[in-house]
Design a protein around this ligand. Structure first.
Ligand SMILES: Nc1ncnc2c1ncn2[C@@H]1O[C@H](COP(=O)(O)OP(=O)(O)OP(=O)(O)O)[C@@H](O)[C@H]1O
Ligand SMILES: [Mg+2]
Length: 312
């Protein structure tokens, strides 16, 4: 495991100022980081993966696995995630389902350490990114958020920035990518299935796109820093069926290069996109397994009740 650049030469002051760059939710989607921020990728896993039909390829890396070990999350004294053990397999899509308030969003915010940004909130336990504990004190939180991007329920492009600048924002803060910024932006937009629609209007505001296009812009923004994992919290709930289908097709292509965790209330969506599905209840994991199995022959009667619509 290699954690470059996170040694003692990085002062707390530098660490703090870096965190400010990425700590606002809109900016952590994509995990913008400043020059020199380390990439959390074991050398053995940094081989290029085969190019996808949507372009890109040269700098792509396979996704990494994530393992939650006895993860607990609190808001002040209230415990929202109560000792969760759950593995997200590399280059697979895992859907998280469960009734409102069961801790799905809290859990995925713990994965890229955004939960701790909420005043009074804290997490316990471990989140292992391919064997590296992202909560280890030696790990740079900004590097974590670059490796583990996030897409939110409501598309949140930087409102005053152009389409180009929205995607370029993360790479611009990463010195190694400065030379080929246009290429990086085009590649990310192609991978997000948006290039054809915006190629001739890159200088127009990102906020001027449709909701579905904005969500794909946010996905492009997170892809531009070449993440290993993308977390999606109900990414289609504000979209119409056509835009939803586009995102679902995209997810299917993106899993060749990243590991995807998607929270959804839409059982059909989970069935369509997810290799595995995890059912949560009251801050705990009830069960996880192949999606087909969770929906047809779940082990726990509570899962069956939920997936057949008897509660939640
Ligand atoms: N910022 C917060 N401050 C205090 N409590 C919170 C906060 N965010 C969530 N909670 C509480 O934590 C618990 C889990 O909430 P969470 O948002 O993770 O649920 P969820 O499964 O994502 O629900 P939904 O499906 O409605 O999005 C709930 O009891 C909720 O009220
Ligand atoms: Mg939620």
């Amino acid at each position: 495991m290699m954690i470059e650049g996170s040694g003692p030469e990085v002062t707390d002051r530098e660490r703090d100022s870096r965190s400010e760059v990425g700590d606002r939710p809109a900016e952590t989607a994509g995990g913008a980081s400043q020059s020199g921020t380390p990439r959390i990728t074991p050398p053995s896993l940094s081989q290029p993966s085969p190019p996808t039909p949507n372009g890109g390829g040269a700098e792509q890396t396979p996704g990494l696995s994530i393992a939650l070990e006895q993860l607990r999350a609190f808001y002040g004294p209230a415990e929202a995630v109560r000792g969760l053990d759950l593995e997200f397999h590399a280059n697979q899509v895992t859907a998280i389902i469960g009734p409102s308030g069961c801790g799905k969003s809290t859990m995925i915010r713990c994965i890229n350490r955004m939960h701790e940004e909420i005043p009074g909130a804290r997490a316990e336990g471990r989140v292992m990114l391919e064997g590296l504990d992202v909560y280890d004190p030696s790990v740079d939180v900004v590097a974590v958020r670059r490796a583990i991007g996030m897409v939110f329920q409501k598309p949140n492009p930087f409102p005053t920035m152009s389409i180009f600048d929205n995607v370029a924002a993360g790479p611009r803060l990463t010195s190694s990518r400065r030379g080929d910024l246009r290429e990086t932006v085009e590649s990310a937009l192609r991978s997000a299935g948006l290039w054809e629609e915006v190629a001739d209007r890159l200088d127009e505001p990102g906020a001027g796109l449709s909701g579905g296009q904005q969500q794909r812009l946010c996905i492009a923004r997170s892809l531009a820093v070449d993440p290993d994992v993308i977390l999606m919290d109900e990414p289609c709930s504000a979209l119409d069926p056509i835009a939803t289908l586009k995102i679902e097709e995209l997810i299917d292509q993106l899993k060749r290069r990243v590991t995807i965790v998607i929270v959804t209330h839409n059982m059909q969506q989970a069935a369509r996109v997810a290799d595995r599905t995890a059912f949560m209840l009251d801050g705990r994991l009830v069960e996880v397994g192949p999606t087909q199995e969770i929906f047809t022959t779940p082990h726990d009667p509570r899962t069956e009740e939920y997936v057949t619509g008897k509660f939640g």
